[in-house]
Design a binder for this molecule. Structure first.
Ligand code: DWN
Length: 421
């Protein structure tokens, strides 16, 4: 992969070619400016320090259609101490439980089957396999989360997944029956090395199951705030088919899920495999071509809509401010920080944000320095409006805050379009 180091900090670099097909024909269709890493929540003492900002521009490869960032923030800065914890949301707990059940049933896994989860976070997904008497192994670079997983009895290697690590695991554990990766494959810069490692750990019966936010949903629902430094790739099916083919693996089945604003779950096996390629694979390839994902037009249209949402949201918040309304944020999410930084929305409009994750309470948002409090603050304070910064959990949060809404509180929701609920 051709890399261009940037400035004195050799660890930052820009890829000059597509990370799947190596094409140099990368078309930039949107820039969100430069901003701090969106999970870089600050302590009070951090506020006095300078805050690095990194470019956030997104490209589409005009050969294989992979949508991707070219600027790469060093992975250890983003992932060694990680504040995203799925088990804080009942939506995620439920999602991982049904995902594990579906995998155990579909693949007829037996007790003691080995399940490896890449990007295992706090072990929430693997915990379900462990409850089904499977052997489990988590891999995640976040040492803080690996500790939480181990306390749940989920063996976890706190490191990045690479083909070298795969060699070590193969020696110690043998091949896996299932390898899972949810919201992690898009975070990996060297996808080719990751595929090499995955291929080593698969035998002819095992399956690699990847779940990721699906690009057509991102485009059609204007989910521009999910574009950030952690997400180096934004997958549709076609580029992934060619990536796995290069490593003699094939996608044989696909499922659509609603999580995180619309996701796709793909089932991959080594070739030749006993798994019959389901018709849905070709149906989705055709759909993607009908949506012209191999042309510039859907990306240029998406960029135009993104700028409109930014303009409309800023105008609406300014109007509320002039009317003396009190607006707070709800859900100190990474995507929320992208929205706030891209739209230059700070404490002059949003006085504070409430969030359920105790790691984040007492800290401040990156770039905009908005203080974060527990959700209980909303009941005490009763602000007129709450800007929902975690729209992917809108149902769960609006249910939880029925009392606030009954007292007249209004949620401002920006995705897929600006509305009040
Ligand atoms: O890919 C990623 C996605 C899957 O999740 C990661 N790169 C990082 C992360 O993105 P995020 O920070 O936008 O994640 P969430 O989980 O959508 O953020 C939701 C935020 O909302 C959390 O900080 C928790 C908070 N929350 C809350 O305050 N009350 C969530 C729920 C459900 C609630 O009831």
């Amino acid at each position: 992969m051709t890399k261009e180091t940037i400035g004195p900090n050799l660890k930052q670099y820009r890829v000059q070619a597509c990370r799947i097909c190596n094409s140099m024909r990368l078309y930039q269709f949107l820039s969100l400016g430069s901003m701090p890493i969106p999970n870089g929540f600050l302590t009070k003492s951090d506020l006095k320090k300078s805050e690095p900002r990194y470019p956030l521009s997104v490209f589409v490869c005009e050969d294989c259609s992979l949508v991707q960032l070219t600027h790469v923030v060093p992975a250890h800065i983003m992932f060694r101490n990680y504040l995203y914890i799925p088990s804080t949301s009942s939506t995620m707990i439920e999602h991982f439980k049904s995902m594990a059940q579906d995998i155990v049933q579909t693949l007829k896994l037996k007790p003691q089957s080995l399940v490896i989860d890449i990007g295992s976070n706090d072990g929430t997904l693997l915990g379900n396999f462990k409850d089904n008497e499977m052997r489990v192994l988590g891999i995640d670079p976040a040492s803080n989360l690996a500790q939480v997983a181990r306390l749940k009895g989920v063996e976890t290697i706190d490191n990045f997944f690479t083909s070298d690590l795969a060699k070590k695991i193969l020696k110690e554990k043998g091949t896996a029956d299932v390898i899972t990766g949810t919201n992690v494959f898009a975070h990996i810069d060297d996808l080719r090395d990751a595929c090499k490692g995955i291929s080593m750990l698969l035998n002819k019966k095992s399956v690699f199951i990847v779940e990721f936010p699906y690009l057509p949903d991102l485009l059609s629902k204007n989910e521009f705030d999910t574009i950030y430094h952690e997400h180096l790739s934004y997958f549709s099916l076609r580029p992934l088919i060619s990536l796995f083919n290069t490593y003699n693996m094939g996608i044989f089945d696909v499922k659509r899920t609603s999580i995180h604003g619309g996701s796709m779950r793909i089932y991959v096996a080594k070739k030749p495999s006993g798994y019959k390629v389901q018709p849905i694979v070709q149906e989705i390839v055709k759909e993607e071509l009908l949506k012209k994902l191999d042309k510039r037009i859907p990306y240029d249209d998406f960029a135009r809509r993104t700028k409109t949402i930014k303009r409309d949201l800023k105008n609406y918040l300014q109007t509320l401010r002039k009317q003396g309304k009190r607006v707070v944020g709800y859900g100190a999410s990474a995507k929320g920080n992208v929205l706030l930084n891209y739209c230059n929305i700070g404490t002059e409009i949003i006085s504070y944000i409430v969030d359920s994750i105790h790691y984040k309470q007492g800290r401040f948002t990156p770039g905009t320095h908005i203080p974060i409090y527990p959700e209980t603050r909303l009941e005490k304070d009763n602000p007129t409006h709450a800007l929902l910064l975690a729209w992917n959990f809108a149902d769960e949060i609006l249910r939880k805050q029925a009392g606030y809404r009954a007292r007249g509180g209004q949620f401002i929701i920006t995705i897929p379009y600006l509305r009040i609920e």
